[in-house]
Design a protein around this ligand. Structure first.
Ligand code: UD1
Ligand code: UDP
Length: 378
């Protein structure tokens, strides 16, 4: 069949904030050629996702609103699997597009398999090689690789990973990561029309440098997250007259309860609500350094040439480490402080690391994906 045939219905599945950001360019690329995919939202995220759907003008046909407070992986997985299978039965799709490695993506790919709907996986082939790290994302990715019919790998390394697992080479396409399309779109089209942010104005007026922090990985909850926060606090104290740390805190209660007690009383740390995507991009653009465990932020920072310290034990985005823009420091407080100190005090080291790179994409990934999907005869 030709997927480009208007008689064939393409579904796009969004569960969480990063999926919305990374799938927006794909939706736009389809619309650009006159194909209107049906967007389904599992609602694995609620407050983190709904403002971003409006901000990015993503119109969906259904939102299953599946999020529950402090949800367990088993319960969430069961809800997504059962409800998405039911949606697929009703909508008679020919292709379901999933992105990344969330529970929504993995369970929806499985639902697609059960309903005999072809599955395309965007951001395929990322691997750390460690089954429980990141948890549960590494296992989700491997599951999706078994279930998908089309695999859109962001890099050649990701393609290699899929080939090693026996995915047929003809089913893999190296296209870059669509997050770079989203990032460039926001930077080039949305930022100019935004009202100035009082916090950013204030920091600029005081001549301070910004260090941006995010963190939310399940495998870090407890001791590791506490250690990361102590490292951030030490860094804030060591540079109390020259940096301001902006930390939009993820809404997961396991994150909130660790972060707030350690960091809320430090004067040059600004704990904020999650930011809109455009505001977050603006903060990234103004940041000297980023400290994060986020996958998307590592990719965006590499494109912008902002050095990143990755507070994780393992990393599946080694392309950025190889070129030097990212450094994996893990959750160890001392390593975080030492690595940040080096970057903030040695201009030569900093300049060598702060180099923009197209290693994760050139901003045209979505167009490639759509062209390949339309030409795919199955
Ligand atoms: C999920 C993904 C992770 C992805 C991240 C992006 C899984 C298992 N995890 O992690 O891969 O990197 O999203 O942010 O798929 N919450 C809210 N409001 C929200 C979102 C979350 O209150 O809008 C709270 C709820 O209590 C919820 C909890 O956070 O139960 C956990 O949400 P969940 O989606 O399971 O995990 P994340 O840590 O967000
Ligand atoms: N992001 C955002 N607002 C925030 C924090 C992050 O818009 O307050 C964006 C960020 O630019 C990136 C994506 O959200 O594109 C990353 O989401 P997250 O860190 O939750 O997930 P991950 O990438 O780790 O799966």
């Amino acid at each position: 069949m030709m997927l480009g045939d208007p008689m064939h219905t393409i579904g796009i599945l969004i569960g969480t904030r990063p999926e919305a950001i990374k799938l927006m360019p794909v939706i736009r690329a389809f619309e650009h050629i006159g194909v209107n995919p049906k967007v389904f939202v599992t609602g694995q995220h609620r407050e983190l996702l709904e403002p971003i759907l409006s901000e990015l003008n993503i119109v969906h046909v259904e939102n299953l609103r599946l999020m529950e407070d402090d949800q367990s992986l088993g319960d969430l997985s069961a809800r997504v699997l059962a409800r998405v299978q039911e949606v697929l039965r009703r909508h008679q799709l020919h292709l379901l597009v999933v992105q990344g490695d969330t529970t929504s993506a993995a369970m929806s790919a499985l639902a697609g398999f059960y309903e005999n709907v072809s599955v395309a996986h965007i951001e395929a082939g990322l691997r750390t090689g460690s089954r429980r790290n990141p948890f549960p994302e590494e296992m989700n990715r491997r599951l999706i690789a078994c279930l998908a019919d089309l695999h859109f790998a962001p890099t050649t390394q990701a393609r290699e990973n899929l080939l090693k697992e026996g995915v047929p080479s003809g089913r893999i396409h190296v296209v870059g990561n669509t997050v770079i399309d989203a990032l460039f779109y926001v930077r080039d089209h949305l930022l100019d029309s935004m009202a100035p942010d009082p916090l950013l104005e204030q920091i600029a007026a005081r001549g301070r440098q910004i260090v941006l922090v995010t963190g939310h990985r399940r495998e870090s909850f407890g001791t590791d997250l506490a250690s990361i926060c102590r490292g951030i606090r030490e860094l804030a104290n060591a540079f109390s007259s020259s940096i301001e740390i902006i930390y939009p805190v993820h809404l997961n209660p396991n994150v909130q309860r660790e972060v707030r007690p350690i960091l809320s009383s430090v004067t040059n740390i600004r704990l904020t609500e999650p930011l809109s995507y455009a505001r977050f991009v603006e903060v990234m653009l103004r940041s000297k350094l980023i400290i994060t465990d986020s996958g998307g932020v590592q990719e965006e920072a590499a494109a912008l040439g902002i050095p990143v310290l990755v507070t994780r034990q393992t990393c599946e985005r080694l392309e950025a480490v190889e070129i030097g823009v990212s450094e994996v420091v893990g959750p160890d407080k001392n390593k975080i402080v030492e690595a940040a100190y080096r970057l903030l005090t040695d201009e030569h080291v900093y300049r060598n690391r702060a180099v923009p790179s197209a290693v994760f994409g050139d901003g045209h990934s979505a167009e490639r994906i759509v062209q390949i999907m339309l030409g795919d005869r199955r």
